[in-house]
Design a protein around this ligand. Sequence first.
Ligand code: PLP
Length: 341
Amino acid sequence: MNVIDLRSDTVTTPTNNMYRKMQVAPLGDDVYGDDPSVNKLEALAAEKLGKEKALFVPTGTMGNLIAVMAHTRPGDEIILERNSHIFLYEAAGASRLAGVQPLTIKGIDGVMDPKEVEESIREENIHFPATGLICVENTHNMAGGMVQPVENLYELRSIADRHKIPMHLDGARVFNAAAALDCDVKEIATHFDSTMFCLSKGLSSPVGSMLVGAKDFIDRARKLRKILGGGMRQAGILASSGILSIEKMPLQLKIDHENARILSEGLNKISGFSVDIDKVHTNIINLSIKDRNITSEGLVKEMKAKGILANPRGKDYIRLVTHKDVNFENICYALKIFETI
Ligand SMILES: *Cc1c(COP(=O)(O)O)cnc(C)c1O
C-alpha cells in the first residue's frame, strides 16, 4: 500500500541532490573547526538570517536549550507562550538544564499580548527572579502553523529594548513564515537576538538545526553545545545537505502551503469535517472532527488502515502537515479516502 504520511514535515527524506552532495562533501573534524562543509553551512545560515554567526546543532530542541542557557543565568525567569514548543514539548529542559523558571502567557493563536508581556517583566526586588529572556515561536506549531503578525514582533522588540531583555525566536519553521509573508527570512529574524531554525522539517534535510546570533553569543553557544554532547565530528555529511536545504528548499514550502490550502478546501466539502481556512497560513492543518461520531484516536486508526497517517490533537482534532513527500496527486487521493470514512 502507498502510504501518505501527513503526521509531520519531519518525516521528509533527503532529495537525490542531497544524497549526491553527502557523498562528495569535503569533511573534517568540526570540534576542531576543521569541517569545510559545516563552516560553509554556518556562514550561509548567518548570512541568510542577517546575523554575525551561526552554529550547527543536532536538533531544534538542543538549539532552543542552548539559546536559553546562553542568554540567561540559573534562577532567571523566561517569558514564553503557554502552548509554545519550548514549554510543552522539550521535557522541561530549560528548567532542568538551564535552571530557569518559565512564566507562561496564554496567547491568541499563539500570539502574546505585548501589554501582558511587559507587565510580566520583573522589577528589581529581593523577592523576585530576574527576567532573563522573552521567547517567541514563528510559525506557531500548536496554533496550526500560524504566522505571528509583524506588528506584534515590532511591539515585543520595543518592550525588550526598553527593559534590556534579549529575545529568542523558536523559528523551527521560520522559512514557512517567510514564504507565507513573501518576505526575506531576515526581516523576521531582525527582531530577535537569536533564532533557531530546523533544516530537518520542510527543508527536508535528514538531521540538523541552526542557531544564529551575534558573535559572542554563538561563541558561548559553541561551548554549551560541547557540554550537552552535541559537538559532532565529520558533520559535513549532514551540513552538505543543510546547505541545499537553505539554498533550494524554501521554494518547495510555497508548494506545501498551496497543497495545505487545497487539502483544507477539499476537507471542508466533506460533511462532519471542518477546517478554519483563515487559520491555514502555512503547511499545518487542524482538522475539526467535532461533528463526527468518532474520537480523533479512532479516526486516525481508521485512516491508517487506509494508508493515510496523521496525528490526533486532543480528542476533537487531527493535525495534518503537508511537505515535499506529499504531492498534489497524493492530496487528491487522500481526499478520496477521507470521503470514504
Ligand atoms: C520541531 C520543533 C522544535 C524542535 O525540533 P527537534 O529537531 O524535533 O528537536 C522546536 N520548536 C518547534 C516550534 C518545533 O516545531
